[in-house]
Design a protein around this ligand. Sequence first.
Ligand SMILES: [Ca+2]
Length: 517
Amino acid sequence: MNRILITSLTLLSVGTGVLSCTNQKEEPAKPNILFIFSDDHATHAIGAYGPKHNNPELHRFVQTPHLDRLAQEGMLFNNVFCGNSICGPSRATILTGKHSHMNGMLNNDTIFNGMQQTFPQLLQDGGYETAWIGKWHLFSEPTGFDYWSILDNPGQQGTYYNPVFGSLQEKEKEEGHTATLITNRVINWLKSQRDPQKPFFLAYSHKTPHREWLPGPEEFSLYKNEDLPLPSNFFDDYSTRSSALKEQEMEVANHMNDQDLKLAPPNYLNDEQLKMFWEAYGPENEALKKANPEGKERAVWNYQRYVKDYLRAVTSMDKEIGRLLDYLEESGLAENTVVVYSSDQGFYLGDHGWYDKRWMYEESLRMPLIIRWPGMTPSGSKDNHIIQNTDYAATFLDIAGLKIPDDIQGQSLVPLLKQEEPAKWRDVAYYHYFAYPDWHMVQPHYGIRSNRYKLIHFYTTNEWELFDLEMDPDEMKNEFLNPDYSNVVTTMKERLNRERIALGDTVELKATSNYHR
Ligand SMILES: [Ca+2]
């Protein structure tokens, strides 16, 4: 680890309280923090997370060598759960260390209030230089950053090619693949824009692999003549579970539009990119038209197109992450930089027949989290504690050696990074999804997940679900009314109630949205 010498002379200049300390004292240099953040990246689309029970064969098609390398050199967290599986709210929770009901960002129709306490402001106060580059998607201007450059149009969602970057100074459209352009900006900031005298916190934030999953130029041909395996519950009939599952509009078979399926190009491509688009998809689209498959056969065609594009986009992003990790090595920054990889939530890759997120089921509840802290995290280590996205702010502050404010709801992961067992750790993850009616029509629900069980309450329809994750990891069988589980139901209900009160989520339960259909 890099160390800086603080001489007695320096100590004299910072206050009388240290005058008695006349010896030279070594203090560790504050580590830099690089937060690599992506959008909708499911853990089952990262090689290092290994095969998934309902679709183990998919694992051999996942190509994320650079994230896998990061996991080999650091610590991989197996049980990380968001508190509200949708973009803006998860980002607001990460910034504040507070669940949605505390930070005010309940859904994507809300504008994040950047005047409240966030960890970047606290890092700034603690002597860090802070920057956010790439996707932001909180609708208000970033606060607490010395520098920011964020994807602007449309609606801060950004585009896969030719994006508009917005900063305090200007809006600038740039031609090219967005993951590459974000990486260029990040490397440029590290090289020539930051203050080398200060430790930094830098968020390197991708749009990828958010809908509509458009790959980089070199990944269009991946899986060209291959069939990807289907999840075992792709044709889920949603029996035994809440009526909400039949009401949703997020089925790969029925709810994807022409741009999702690349039957029509997005409107932001230039002529050269359009040519590339039609070369990649045109012949297969023609063949589809001719064969005109229906029912299950068409659903499988949609799945192939969707999951191939999702994994292609992931590989394009992974390559760019590799380029940045290489730059950290070359520049000598790697040694004193904590690298964190995560995504705002998970995603369905045909699991339950779905794409998108929002539900408290495993695929979208889970967030990837990999942390490499040179000299601290044992290489290739894994952690199984129940982590939430409320923990990120506390962790960043703790890494920086700063005080964690009492009103932050999460806990620092630093003890876990050192493989120390904390005296106290949560036994359940808390969840509350609010947005209804909204895109994909998922009913609001809240619940808790322990290591073995998950209890969910759909309060607008007053339906409950209990899953035994050990017996039923794919959450296909609701055990709520099964007499064999009546004791578990009682215990979990009581635990859920205690957790709601402890976290202050006691407002009236009602759906919230400004969405108009
Ligand atoms: Ca997202």
